[in-house]
Design a protein around this ligand. Structure first.
Ligand code: HEM
Length: 211
């Protein structure tokens, strides 16, 4: 066995920053005094999600959608131990979980831009759309969080099960490394500087359009 790099720095930073960010969003959502920060960090999370989507097309091999999104049948077969196709990155079932998490998070962040607390705080686009639509999006911002908790629960549970079975997925997401057989070639990694440049452009656009 040998050690190979499977997760690049941008993907790992995205993962752990998202974890901290979502924890803060949950904590701040119930505190009127923190709502201003809720709206700032929420916009930043939206920029991170957009970055991750772009990185899913131009990033390192294991970060790309083409590497981890297979057919739904393949995902189901993997869960029953009947799919032998493999990548050093996400497995076929994990890939669908990542996609679902990203879609639900994206919905949460985008609807936040139209949210309103009926007292003092409202998202930057709350007044830009028809009142009924804003109301619906605001409702979705409150309801969608339940779907997010369910997905996060499954995601954490699956990681713990893998950990108990001896697959150190959490350690891999921290160090970027995985144990692999000697014959396995390390996947190609893109430069973290490219990721930083993309992220800066997205944040610049986000600042221009969302403030
Ligand atoms: C992933 C990102 C986000 C998460 C996880 C999140 C989570 C939440 C949660 C759990 C609530 C409370 C819902 C409730 O009381 O039932 C909330 C409320 C709110 N959020 Fe977000 N949010 C996010 C992004 C945003 C963004 C980007 C904005 C605006 C820029 C925003 C603006 C608001 C506002 C104004 C409220 C108050 C609504 C009310 O109290 O009725 N959120 N958010």
């Amino acid at each position: 066995m040998k050690k190979i790099k499977v997760w690049d720095i941008p993907t790992r930073l995205f993962h752990w920053a998202l974890l901290i960010g979502v924890a803060f969003m949950w904590y701040s959502s119930g505190d009127f005094d923190l709502m201003e920060y809720h709206m700032i960090i929420g916009r930043l999370i939206l920029c991170m999600l957009v970055f991750r989507i772009v990185w899913g097309f131009v990033g390192s091999i294991t970060a790309r959608f083409t590497d981890f999104i297979r057919s739904p049948i393949s995902g189901i077969r993997y869960l029953f131990g009947r799919d032998s196709s493999r990548t050093e990155g996400h497995n076929p079932a994990g890939g669908w979980m990542i996609l679902a998490l990203m879609l639900v998070l994206l919905t949460q962040a985008v609807t936040g831009l139209f949210a309103d607390d009926d007292i003092f705080y409202s998202g930057p686009f709350f007044l830009s759309v028809d009142a009924d639509l804003a109301d619906w999006l605001n409702g979705l911002h409150h309801q969608n969080i339940d779907y997010l908790w369910v997905l996060i629960g499954i995601h954490v549970l699956a990681s713990i099960v893998y950990q108990i079975r001896g697959k150190n997925l959490i350690g891999s997401m921290l160090t970027g490394n995985k144990q692999a057989e000697e014959t396995v070639e390390a996947p190609e990694m893109r430069s973290p500087w490219l990721a930083l440049a993309i992220f800066c452009v997205i944040c610049g656009l986000g600042y221009y359009f969302m403030w």
